[in-house]
Design a protein around this ligand. Sequence first.
Ligand code: GS8
Length: 221
Amino acid sequence: MAEKVILLDLFASMFGMRARVALAAKGVEYEYREEDLRNKSQLLLESNPIHKKIPVLIHNGKPVCESLIIVEYIDEVWNHKSPLLPSDPYQRAQARFLADYIDKKLYDVGRKMWTKNGEELEAAKKEFAEILKQLESELGDKAFFGGERFGFLDVALVTYSTWFHTYEKCGGFSIGEDCPKLIEWVRRCLDIDFVSESLTDSAKVYDFALMLRKVFGIHTS
Ligand code: GS8
């Protein structure tokens, strides 16, 4: 049977980009469908009735929700090349633990960078730097979080880097000053064609964040 793969996504979503990177790593052809989150498609509402969020991967009519679960699913189904999760159970558990930590911490703190000001922004910047330093120490001297190869945790984190420019511009700070090794890691990831080709341009993400600020009437200064 011919594979039919659809990705319900939003161009600026770090979660959606994870699915894009994983599909590209495997060379899977798919139909990309951009969602308008203020006017969600019937397909999105039916495919993810619990959260009603993108990304959703629809594989031969069956929806898979939640970006990290989607990446694992892609890794299991298209297991002929570019393994993403470590084969060792302990390493796998560690990678999942850190990906979960990224999602529990980084999204909310990052959001504050372009939606808050004053003391709230300063506190968020401090916390953001602490989280990134923590992740940088997990990377250590390895080329990738996955070791010699780009893997699951690299997928989970690299998509956030498309928002770094927005965080820096809005927060008035430089991530590279605090975490130079992490920025080198981002560059190494971007040297991989299937990664750079799957990520949204940082300037477009920034314009999107500014547009959202206007739409939601967020004033930061
Ligand atoms: C988060 C997805 C999400 O927040 C995942 O897939 O990893 N834990 C989930 N999606 C957002 C867009 S990106 O900010 C979304 O679809 N929001 C729509 C809504 O909240 O109504």
